[in-house]
Design a protein around this ligand. Structure first.
Ligand SMILES: NC(=O)C1=CN([C@@H]2O[C@H](COP(=O)(O)OP(=O)(O)OC[C@H]3O[C@@H](n4cnc5c(N)ncnc54)[C@H](OP(=O)(O)O)[C@@H]3O)[C@@H](O)[C@H]2O)C=CC1
Ligand SMILES: Nc1nc(=O)c2c([nH]1)NC[C@@H]1CN(c3ccc(C(=O)N[C@@H](CCC(=O)O)C(=O)O)cc3)C=[N+]21
Ligand SMILES: [Mg+2]
Length: 294
């Protein structure tokens, strides 16, 4: 059996079209222009590319977009001051602080000052807690993108065995909560999990967010399962070039899975557009308007 590919780009394009319409409506009816501020600390080339793509997409939707780039050596106080200034800026509705941060800066300290109403990554304790309570206003971008792809490709996940490998605040934890809220039977695995291959073989939905290239092998995949590959790993390729691979050995897994997300062009392609959706939702909520159902 060869799996059907889940086309993240196509689903992202559909959501983008709806967001363009809704952004135009907010502007025409309420004079509201959603504003996204991105903060990058340091010079990680991959992070620079992603943050640039976030600003470009914001502009393509008709958002206001501002970028703040701080030096690798920036102090925690500098980052906190910047976040406080963005909290206070009424033209900014979404603030994204690209992770990871240099080691002199505690991520927790940054998330403790970030206004939850502008926390479009949903990383603050308030938004994480609201998700836990089933009352989330802003949902983490990549997990939200995963849920859209699952709904559009396999429909209901109720009663299915879902496995999430990885337990980060950015992906694994919120992804597991969303799957559980959709009535999947959820297992969370991590670096201390014993016999991961056997745990994987039970999963109807196998989600890998590990950060290790092609770690999940094809024979770990239950035949017919839906595989969501969150990993983004740049590895050496032919002729001194590099290429992106996921956390799943795609060529093997595609022979066993029912549906699978490629890397790139899978769930990663949904992340940025879900960030824009959160920025639009945050802008409407901060302006006291009905939250658009996009
Ligand atoms: N496509 C997208 O939009 C996004 C992609 N990513 C990508 O997803 C990947 C994961 O990132 P992120 O969620 O931030 O996770 P982290 O990098 O913060 O953590 C990795 C997780 O994987 C677990 N892990 C590590 N080694 C193993 C192992 N041998 N077996 C089982 N589990 C293991 C860790 O377990 P433990 O907790 O025990 O240490 C940890 O929970 C990265 O490649 C990242 O680039 C992330 C976010 C968005
Ligand atoms: N505060 C914070 N929020 C994040 O959401 C966040 C972060 N920090 N740190 C790093 C990870 C990683 N991440 C990705 C975003 C977009 C793609 C993406 O656009 N992927 C495309 C293109 C990949 C490519 O061609 O390079 C794809 O998979 O098709 C991937 C990964 C967000 N992250
Ligand atoms: Mg740090």
């Amino acid at each position: 059996m060869t799996a059907a590919l889940i086309d993240g780009k196509a689903h992202a394009a559909k959501l983008k079209a709806r967001l363009i319409e809704e952004t135009a409506r907010l502007k025409a009816e309420h004079g509201l222009v959603p504003g996204l501020a991105t903060v990058l600390v340091g010079n990680d080339p991959a992070s620079e590319v992603y943050v640039r793509n976030k600003n470009k997409t914001a502009e393509a939707l008709g958002f206001k977009s501002v970028h703040h780039h701080l030096a690798e050596t920036a102090s925690e106080a500098e980052v906190l001051d910047l976040v406080r200034a963005l909290n206070a800026d009424p033209s900014v509705h979404g603030i994204l602080v690209q992770m990871p941060l240099p080691k002199q800066i505690r991520e927790q300290a940054v998330l403790d000052v970030l206004d939850p109403a502008k926390d479009v990554d949903a990383l603050t304790p308030t938004n994480a807690g609201l998700l836990l309570s089933g009352r989330a206003k802003l949902v983490s971008c990549t997990p939200a993108g995963m849920m859209i792809l699952l709904k559009e490709t396999i429909g209901a996940v109720a009663g299915l065995e879902a496995l999430v490998i990885g337990r980060s605040l950015l992906f694994g934890k919120p992804a597991a909560l969303l799957l559980q809220a959709a009535n999947a039977t959820v297992t969370m695995a991590h670096s201390k999990t014993r016999d991961l291959a056997e745990v994987c073989r039970r999963a109807d939905i196998l989600v890998a967010a590990i950060g290790k290239p092609e770690f999940v092998r094809g024979d770990w995949v239950k035949p017919g399962a839906t595989v969501i590959d969150v990993g983004i790993n740049r590895v050496p390729a032919a002729e001194g070039k590099t290429k992106l691979v996921g956390d799943v050995a795609f060529a093997e897994a595609v022979e066993r899975a029912g549906h699978i997300t490629p890397v790139p062009g899978g769930v990663g392609a949904m992340t940025i557009i879900c960030l824009m959706r959160n920025t639009l939702i945050a802008a409407a909520a901060l302006a006291g308007l009905a939250v658009p159902s996009v």
